[in-house]
Design a protein around this ligand. Structure first.
Ligand code: PGA
Length: 251
């Protein structure tokens, strides 16, 4: 059985006070008998505190939004995977399109981050996604395959099992435009087939593939009902406890 996952990516939002308030509200209102894994991804500064707050709920995990491609040393301002692991985190989000685009992270950089993260026994949420232009030019399938191949396919089948994929079409992120259910399912199925081909049936069947891009309470149920959509990576709607919980309850 694949794991259903709803992850909230807070990006560069919320102060310490409002972050802790949001976590309190989520933990208080969350239904205890759900099987869905919930991942909160706050800014680095609040990670340890939030990991401590969540440790009594086995379904709630925390993720860092990024880590350095370097292991340690003179890299002012960087945060290593080792530091993240020492703050009781469970996951690191790697390859978000905002990191790729604004911070010029290449597939090689991302492969190094994946290695650093797994070496610390953390799991990875690996993001991929195409631009509108790439979709219009019908190169979106090739592009996604290339992102997965260059970022992940150096891993063996044991390590690849520590990866969750997030498919996030760039044109749907923060725009209010969601990919149609058909577009999302089609790409998720394509991604799963790549894993079948490369790693075999067991891995392909088990890997959780999340959808991201303007996922909200009004469209989550339909998206999550698709065969190859195992949850969501939620940006804007994860900043409001009721919206985030409504998305979690869409399973
Ligand atoms: P959004 O962001 O839900 O605000 O579109 C998704 C993401 O970037 O992870």
């Amino acid at each position: 059985m694949r794991k259903n996952i709803v992850a909230g990516n807070w990006k560069m939002n919320l102060t310490r006070g409002s972050s802790l308030g949001l976590v309190d509200e989520i933990l208080e209102k969350i239904s205890k008998d759900k099987n869905t894994e919930i991942i909160l991804s706050p800014p680095f500064l609040y990670l340890y505190k939030i990991a401590k707050m969540c440790r009594f709920n086995k379904n709630v995990k925390v993720a860092a939004q990024n880590c350095s491609k370097e292991v340690k040393g003179a890299f002012t301002g960087e945060i290593s995977a080792e530091m993240i692991a020492s703050c009781a985190a469970d996951y690191v989000i790697i390859g978000h399109s905002e990191r790729r685009e604004y911070f010029l992270e290449s597939n090689d950089d991302l492969a190094a981050k994946v290695n650093n993260t797994l070496a610390e026994n953390l799991k990875v949420i690996f993001c991929c996604g195409e631009s509108l232009k790439q979709r219009e030019n019908e190169i979106h399938f090739d592009w996604i395959k290339q992102q997965l191949t260059q970022g992940l396919f150096h891993l063996d089948s044991t390590k690849i099992s520590e990866i969750v994929i997030a498919y996030e079409p760039i044109w749907a992120i923060g725009t209010g435009v969601t990919a149609s259910t058909e577009q999302a399912q089609e790409m998720h199925n394509f991604i799963r087939n790549i894993f079948y081909e490369k790693y075999g049936n067991e891995v392909g069947e088990k890997i959780s593939i999340l959808y991201g891009g303007s996922c909200k309470p009004t469209n989550a149920k339909e998206l999550f009902s698709q065969k190859d959509i195992d949850g969501g990576l939620i940006g804007g709607a994860s900043l409001n406890a009721d919206d985030f919980l409504a998305i979690i309850n869409s399973f």
